[in-house]
Design a protein around this ligand. Structure first.
Ligand SMILES: Cc1cc2nc3c(=O)[nH]c(=O)nc-3n(C[C@H](O)[C@H](O)[C@H](O)COP(=O)(O)OP(=O)(O)OC[C@H]3O[C@@H](n4cnc5c(N)ncnc54)[C@H](O)[C@@H]3O)c2cc1C
Length: 325
């Protein structure tokens, strides 16, 4: 019996890696409560994504295809997911904690009158109840919560669950009938999606992230951050202060109100380490900080620190890394 439903994240024709992390969560929950998970995907035409989805160990892959579903608008998706959840016997509905997940799942929870835990970082099972660990107060505290409703709605942090590895056996694929759009859709119009085009990996998927802060002083100076990131095949990140100052687009913001990352290596350059920034990168495996102020809070979370002027230290670091290549 499938009692866990994973809502897949598809962007630009690709199943996002975060879907595989949500599947890892679902398989762990399945091992606790018994039963199995299914994966649901919504889009205009999902034929390109079905091979990926069908190799994620699900009991079944449920596809909802209709024009306009590529744009993951909560108002369009929720009535369709709700129908599937109500017809099934789902105990847990999960999606990655991406902007889509953050938009769709709270509305779904409200429709189902279900409790919800967002940004879940860990899950355990005790006395017949699932315990979800999630951050509070900008990550200063981790709380363990239980959801008392029949259906439990959850978004999970990609950085905390390793992506599920594809399996050889294919899951059966089921196409569902999409109900007619609700009247509310007449009030909603999709205008445009501004995509940032970059050769570099997405921030949450990158193995190396080099982030710059206000200490960079200008957008032009961010070039040294880009150069360093490039050497590692990594992604560029930024603080909110750097974004607000117009040095870089807010797509690159790391932190409580930006992207959550946990790369193998995080290099923090000219940023102080405010708790709202640290909330988005503290799970990184190795943290290197470059700051001219030895009292900067970033050194409290850093594994390696360089107290220096970044405009001297970063070019030197670039040269040293080049020598090793
Ligand atoms: C509700 C809320 C949400 C927020 N969300 C986020 C978020 O998601 N992400 C985020 O980043 N922030 C967030 N913030 C803002 C956060 O509180 C900080 O203001 C911000 O992170 C500071 O950015 P910064 O470290 O670049 O700037 P600063 O704090 O000004 O630090 C600049 C650092 O650069 C160093 N420096 C300067 N020149 C040099 C140089 N030449 N060489 C070396 N070092 C140098 C300085 O010593 C200093 O430590 C949020 C704030 C609020 C209230």
């Amino acid at each position: 019996m499938d009692n866990i439903l994973v809502i897949a994240q598809i962007f630009d024709g690709q199943v996002k890696k975060s879907t595989n992390s949500a599947v890892t969560f679902a398989s762990r929950v399945g091992s606790f409560i018994g039963g199995s998970y299914s994966i649901m995907a919504l889009g205009d035409d999902l034929s390109g994504q079905t091979p990926h989805l069908s190799r994620l160990g699900a009991q079944r892959v449920i596809l909802a295809e209709a024009p306009g579903l590529d744009q993951a608008l909560a108002e369009r998706w929720v009535p369709i997911i709700e129908q599937v959840v109500r017809k099934g016997s789902y105990k847990v509905v999960v999606s990655p904690s991406s902007s889509t997940g953050k938009d769709v799942l709270p509305r779904l929870a409200q429709h189902l009158e279900a409790g919800m835990a967002s940004d879940v970082m860990d899950v355990s099972y005790e006395g017949d109840k699932l315990n979800y660990v999630r951050p509070m107060y900008a990550g200063n505290l981790n709380s363990t919560v239980q959801i008392p409703t029949e259906v439990e709605v959850v978004t999970v942090r990609q950085t905390e669950f390793d992506p599920f590895e594809a399996v050889a056996q294919e899951s059966p694929v089921e196409m569902i009938e999409v109900p007619p759009p609700p009247e509310v859709l007449e009030r909603i119009e999709f205008n445009d999606f501004e995509k940032s085009i970059s050769e570099r990996p997405d921030l949450p998927d990158a193995q190396v992230v080099v982030s710059g802060g206000r200490g960079l002083k200008s957008g032009e100076n961010f070039k040294i951050i880009e150069e360093l990131a490039e050497l590692f095949g990594g992604a560029v990140g930024a603080t909110r202060a750097a974004v607000d100052a117009g040095f870089i687009h807010n797509d690159f913001q790391v932190g409580q109100t930006g992207k959550i990352v946990a790369p193998e290596l995080y290099i923090a350059v000219g940023l102080s380490g405010a708790l709202q920034h640290v909330a988005g990168m503290k799970s990184s495996k190795v943290i290197v900080a470059i700051n001219k102020d030895e009292e900067a809070p970033i050194f409290q979370v850093a594994d390696y620190g360089i107290v220096a002027d970044l405009f001297k230290a970063v070019p030197e670091l670039i040269e040293e890394v080049k020598k090793l290549m």
